[in-house]
Design a protein around this ligand. Structure first.
Ligand code: CTP
Ligand code: MG
Length: 239
C-alpha cells in the first residue's frame, strides 16, 4: 500500500448479466452466500495494493450496493457511482469520481469474483515499474477461427500468438483518461479498457494471468466458482 493513497481500482458492476439468465443484476448474484461484487471488492482490498475503490453499480440498486459494501467492513475506502448503458460508459463514470491524488488506476470486473490478491498486486507493480498499460492474459486452449456472416471459416488464427485477456487491467491514470476521452463509445465499442489504449497507438503489456481470475459469464461459470470457493474455504482461506 502506498502511504499517500495513489492507487485506485474501478469496478464496473452495472451489467445485467443476460448470459447468466434471469435474476438479479450479475454483480449482485450470490456466490457462497455473498454477492459477486463483494467477493471482487474484498479481493482488491486484501491485495493491500489499492487505496480507494470506485464501484459503478446498477443505477436502480445504488442504496442496496452501498449498504452491502458497508456491511462487508472493508479496510479500503469504497465509493459507489451509477454505471451506464455500456461497460465503457460505466468505467467513464467511475473515472469522474477518482480522487485527485490517484496516479495509477486498475479496472476490474465485478464478474471476476475469485481474482487472487497476488495477481492484483502484480498488475499494480508492473504499472508502477513504468508500463503505462498492463493486462493479465493466459494462453488459449481452443483453436480460434475467424468466420464470415454465414459461419464459413475465413481464417485459423495462430494459437501460439493468442492470449485470453482478463482483469484487473492497470493503467497510468493519464493514459486511461485520455483513451476514454478520445473515443466515442458508440462508434468504437471496445470490450476492454486496454482496447481503448491500443486504439490510441500506445503500448499494452501482457503479463501472466491466473485461471481463478476467470469471468462469470454463463451458468456453468457459477458452478466452477462455487467449487473453487468451497475448496478455498476447506483449505482455510477466507472468501
Ligand atoms: N458492466 C458495467 N456496465 C454495463 C455493462 C457491464 O459495469 N453497462 C460490467 C459488468 O457488471 C461486469 C463487467 O462489466 O462486471 C463485464 O461485463 P459482462 O461480463 O459482459 O457482464 P454483463 O454485461 O452484466 O453480462 P451480459 O453481457 O451477459 O449481460
Ligand atoms: Mg456485457
Amino acid at each position: 500500500m502506498t502511504a499517500d493513497r495513489h492507487t485506485a481500482a474501478i469496478v464496473p458492476a452495472a451489467g445485467r448479466g443476460e448470459r447468466l439468465g434471469p435474476g438479479a443484476p450479475k454483480a449482485l448474484r450470490l456466490l457462497g452466500g455473498a454477492p459477486l461484487l463483494v467477493h471482487a471488492v474484498r479481493a482488491l482490498s486484501a491485495s493491500h495494493a489499492i487505496d480507494v475503490i470506485v464501484v459503478a453499480a446498477p443505477a436502480g440498486d445504488l442504496d442496496e450496493v452501498r449498504v452491502m459494501l458497508d456491511q462487508a467492513e472493508l479496510a479500503t475506502e469504497v465509493l459507489v457511482v451509477a454505471g451506464g448503458e455500456s461497460r465503457q460508459d460505466s468505467v467513464a463514470r467511475a473515472l469522474l469520481a477518482l480522487p485527485a491524488e490517484i496516479d495509477v488506476v486498475l479496472v476490474h470486473d465485478a464478474a471476476r469474483p475469485l481474482v487472487p490478491a497476488e495477481l492484483i498486486a502484480r498488475v499494480v507493480a508492473a504499472v508502477r515499474s513504468g508500463h503505462e498499460a498492463v493486462v493479465p492474459g493466459l494462453p488459449v486452449a481452443d483453436t480460434i477461427k475467424q468466420v464470415d456472416e454465414g459461419n464459413v471459416v475465413e481464417a485459423t488464427l495462430n494459437r501460439a500468438a493468442l492470449r485470453a485477456i482478463q482483469t484487473p487491467q492497470g493503467f497510468a491514470r493519464q493514459v486511461l483518461q485520455s483513451a476514454h476521452a478520445a473515443l466515442d463509445p458508440e462508434s468504437s465499442p471496445a470490450t476492454d479498457d486496454a482496447g481503448l489504449v491500443e486504439a490510441l497507438g500506445r503500448p499494452v503489456l501482457v503479463i501472466a494471468g491466473h485461471e481463478e481470475a476467470f469471468k462469470v459469464t454463463r451458468p456453468i461459470d457459477l458452478v466452477l466458482a462455487e467449487a473453487i470457493l468451497a475448496r478455498r474455504r476447506s483449505a482455510g482461506v477466507l472468501g
